[in-house]
Design a protein around this ligand. Structure first.
Ligand SMILES: [Zn+2]
Length: 333
């Protein structure tokens, strides 16, 4: 089943509307979630797909993507920009990572199920209707409420040389200070997995987090997306200045991030962006109901750069406390 929308993807001009995702709720009869979507088009040309709100508590991308809905003038572009700024709408409006309707984590729901719950239906719509129309996807994530993350790109090494080359061009055009490469997998249930299976170049971001919308994140999202629009030829180049090359990182295979060994309160003893050695102190977990017990020392197992750090202090056993990445290879041009 294709979800209902009055958007015509091939019409010139600016359309701001919604995709209707059927949803049952008490008092709503046969209702729908109105997932916002905008199409800005001017003639034939390349298509950039911008998505945010894939995880609902990652606010920076939602704000940045919506700003492009308002600011992009169809007369000033060539080609098409499709923007879905609050993709898992119920999660976005609830300020939660997952949907309060069906518990769905959209970025673990691909390629989706047109007959499934609302989150699975949204994934199926993206997979079947948006990705095939895109020449490049930028999916805006951040550390959410719980984590703080360096401003960075995530990309993977697609086995197809042309997809890889276009991915690398996009990385160079975005101008993020860091780029984390992930090993290619075409069995992932993420949007990256769906894009990889369809041979569409895909980048995602981390843009800080902590449940905030900070200036650093917005500035990078804005300049980065401008860079992508220029690289695709959708917008004219703003300047001839090439952004600085990113620092390339990856997560070591089988990397064991520090986790909370038991419930407690996490006190960080490291900083975002810090270089650490294996054995260095990551932080302490305080078991507050046992004041006689010394806090538990959490040490890094891997050396590298702290790219993500838990922000919310209260932790449950097994919660990630920090993400550490190592120097990695560039995505081949
Ligand atoms: Zn996310």
């Amino acid at each position: 089943m294709i979800l209902a929308t009055d958007i015509d993807f091939d019409r010139d001009g600016k359309q701001v509307s919604a995709v209707r995702v059927p949803m049952q709720r008490d008092g709503g009869a046969d209702g729908a979630l109105l997932v916002p979507i905008a199409v800005i088009r001017n003639g034939d040309g390349p298509t950039l797909l911008i998505t945010a709100g894939n995880h609902g508590d990652e606010y920076e991308g939602q704000v940045a993507a919506a700003a492009f809905v308002r600011s992009l003038d169809p007369a000033a572009i060539r080609g098409r920009v499709i923007i879905a700024p609050a993709l898992n709408l119920a999660a976005a409006t609830a300020g939660r990572r997952t949907s309060p309707i069906d518990g769905g984590n959209l970025n673990r729901s691909f390629p989706g199920d047109a007959l499934g719950g609302p989150t699975a239906k949204i994934a199926a719509f993206v997979d079947a209707q948006l990705l095939p129309r895109a020449d490049l996807v930028i999916d805006l994530h951040s550390g959410g409420t719980v984590f703080d993350y360096v401003c960075c790109l995530f990309a993977s090494e697609h086995p197809d040389a042309d997809v890889r080359r276009r991915t690398r061009q996009a990385i160079d055009a975005f101008g993020a200070p860091w780029c984390l490469t992930k090993p290619f997998r075409d069995d992932e249930t993420t949007m990256l997995g769906s894009a990889a299976r369809r041979g569409v170049p895909y980048l995602s971001t981390e843009l800080r987090g902590m449940g905030t919308v900070g200036a650093e994140a917005l500035k990078l999202a804005e300049s980065g997306i401008h860079g992508l629009l220029s690289a695709l030829g959708i917008l004219p180049k703003k300047s001839n200045v090439t952004p600085a090359a990113p620092r390339w990182l990856r997560f070591r295979d089988g990397s064991l991030f520090p986790v909370a060994p038991e419930d407690g309160v996490f006190e960080s003893r490291c900083a975002l962006g810090q270089e650490v050695e294996a054995g260095d102190l990551c932080g302490l977990v305080h078991v507050v109901e046992r004041p006689d017990r010394a806090p538990i020392e959490i040490r890094f197992r891997d050396s590298g750069v702290v790219v993500g750090l838990r922000h919310i202090a209260r932790v449950a056993a097994g919660d990630d406390l920090a993400h550490v990445a190592q120097a990695g290879p560039e995505v081949a041009a």
